[in-house]
Write a protein that binds this ligand. Structure first.
Ligand SMILES: *[C@@H]1O[C@H](CO)[C@@H](O)[C@H](O)[C@H]1NC(C)=O
Ligand SMILES: *[C@@H]1O[C@H](CO)[C@@H](O)[C@H](O)[C@H]1NC(C)=O
Length: 535
């Protein structure tokens, strides 16, 4: 008995060994690949998302050339070359978010020329001499964000290299045309709408209309304008933006089901939401460390993100915040650009540049007052910090509503900011334990992943290289016309087919009725006919 047991054990061990041998066979390695990353147009926060990937790729020994509007001060390695797209940065710095967020839709539409110039910024970047010079170089892979950087797509065509698209905004519905991913507007809210994944009939109607209108504008106005510029720079044979987008190998998006609403994705879409979050946050500067360590009643972090400048805030709003903070026992760190904050209370510390992730990681931090930018809400979730959200524009309202829905945040409307509203909202989130409990619950979910989002993004980037652009990931949906994709032709046919018996029945009934009417004609009908005849 023992003998046969040990025998079968040995056999089992051999089998397992063989299987693990087979499984452990390494895939063909990719090393020292030349990668071009075109981040010509980006906000600072989008840049954090992009840089996380390029930095990691450089650290794995690849050769990076990065066109960026925010060059890193300390690039990760000497094979990390940066080209400063300062035209884009200058335009971005002119943008007044506070003003833009308080304008009505009609006012914004009136300024469409300005907006168009803003959206066409990347055409100025490809017109830079340093960028044009890149056409003479050879690259094995091209990374381009889908968000207003379409001008970079032709580099992939020029190099016959795989194209990987990045979506800094997470929700992909903005990019529906061309990526072949299902975008059910019945439960996937548009980036620019204040809806959740549970929508009423009216909301679904608006969601569908807005999604299609945005796509229509992108496809019929924005893309052709970009095409004209790319054909001028890259030559008349350059494929269109729409064609190039269809040819992309992969899309790395800034979202994850633990943070966003669950929704369908094709295998060529990789959810790397939060890949900018570092596992071990860098140490805090000494003054911030001491300030937070000494916050025995807890601390609050107040930052309205990178494109919203505190100096653009009207004085009465600043005053509302300072007087509210003055009444709180907590210490407050406030991201504030100018040197002095007028009426700064004793418990407030300001700074123009603040290490957000390290501050959120401090154990004394109890609350984050934020504009609700995607990266900020992700970082708060990662560290289990409840929010007070003051959404200003873009996807911020969507993010804040989602956080509120998830139970770890409250919204404070910018138009309703007063000392009282700040105090009541902040105190509710600080004092009602359910907000912290929900934030901690979310934190556990965000951490429970088989690999970090960055590891996932890097794995799939190298996967595309290992498999020559991975054409097997490409969805056939991109080859269909929109009416075929949504089966409108099939439904039209089915409806037509189903109506045949209906039409036939109607005809028969009509015929029967008419003939019946003829037989027992009533006097009234006769008078009518007579009258008609007289006329
Ligand atoms: C590129 O720059 C040249 C010279 O400044 C200008 O004439 C041309 O219109 C620009 N092209 C694009 C696409 O912006
Ligand atoms: C504005 O703030 C007050 C608290 O100061 C609150 O009672 C009220 O509901 C808020 N109004 C809106 C529209 O949010």
């Amino acid at each position: 008995m023992p003998r046969s047991t040990s025998g079968s054990l040995v056999l089992l061990a051999l089998v397992v060994l063989c299987f693990s041998c087979a499984a452990a066979k390494p895939p063909p390695n990719v090393q020292g690949v030349k990668i071009l990353a075109f981040f010509g147009f980006s906000s600072q926060s989008h840049n954090n998302f992009y840089n996380a990937l390029t930095t990691e790729l450089a650290e794995r020994g690849h050769d990076l050339t990065v066109v960026t509007s925010y060059p890193m001060k300390n690039p990760p390695s000497k094979n990390y070359k940066q080209i400063d797209a300062k035209v884009a940065r200058e335009l971005f710095s002119k943008f007044n978010t506070v003003q833009a967020s308080t304008e009505s839709v009609v006012e914004r539409l009136g300024k469409w020329r300005e907006s168009a110039e803003f959206f066409m910024m990347c055409t100025k970047v490809i017109n830079m001499t340093e960028v044009k010079d890149l056409m003479k170089e050879k690259f094995d892979l091209v990374l381009v964000p889908m968000f207003m950087n379409e001008c970079g797509y032709p580099f992939a065509w020029l190099n016959k290299a795989p194209l990987i698209l990045l979506a800094p905004t997470g929700v992909a519905s903005l990019y529906e045309l061309g990526n072949g991913n299902p975008e059910p507007t019945s439960y996937v809210p548009n980036l620019f709408l204040p809806f959740t994944d549970h929508m009423t009939f009216a909301e679904r109607l608006i969601n569908t209309l807005v999604t299609h209108i945005v796509n229509f504008i992108r496809f019929y106005f924005h893309f052709p304008a970009v095409d004209a510029a790319t054909k001028e720079i890259f030559g008349p044979d350059t494929p269109t933006v729409a064609e190039l987008q269809k040819s992309a190998s992969l899309q790395i998006i800034n979202g994850h089901f633990s943070l966003n609403y669950p929704r369908p994705f094709i295998p060529a879409i990789i959810e790397a939401g939060g890949m900018q979050i570092k596992k071990n946050s860098s140490p805090l500067p000494k003054d911030l460390q001491e300030f937070l360590d000494g916050a025995t009643d807890g601390a609050i972090f107040f930052s309205m993100g990178s494109i919203l400048k505190a100096k653009d805030m009207p004085p009465e709003i600043v005053e509302a915040f300072t007087s509210a903070f003055n009444e709180l026992p907590q210490r407050v760190i406030w991201k504030w650009e100018p040197e002095v904050l007028p009426g700064k209370p004793k418990n407030v510390k300001t700074g123009a540049w603040l290490p957000q992730q390290s501050i959120l990681a401090h154990p004394n931090l109890k609350l984050f007052i934020t504009h609700g930018g995607l990266l900020s809400t992700q970082e708060a979730s990662y560290h289990g910090i409840p929010l007070v959200g003051i959404p200003m524009m873009g996807d911020q309202l969507l993010n804040v509503l989602r956080s509120e829905n998830m139970g770890y945040a409250l919204q404070l409307s910018y138009t309703n900011i007063s000392k009282e509203s700040i105090l009541s909202t902040v105190k509710r989130v600080l004092n009602e334990p359910k907000f912290l409990a929900k934030a901690k619950e979310l934190q556990t979910r965000v951490h429970d992943q088989p690999q970090t989002p960055l590891e996932r993004a890097v794995f799939w980037t190298e996967y595309v290289l290992r498999h020559n652009g991975a054409p097997h990931l490409r969805s056939a949906a991109v080859d269909l016309e929109w009416y075929q994709l949504h089966l409108l032709d099939v439904y039209a046919f089915l409806i037509a087919f189903a109506s045949i018996p209906l039409i036939l029945t109607c005809c028969i009934i009509k015929k029967l009725c008419c003939s019946k009417g003829d037989r027992n004609s009533n006097p009234q009908n006769e008078t009518v006919t007579k009258k008609k005849k007289k006329n």
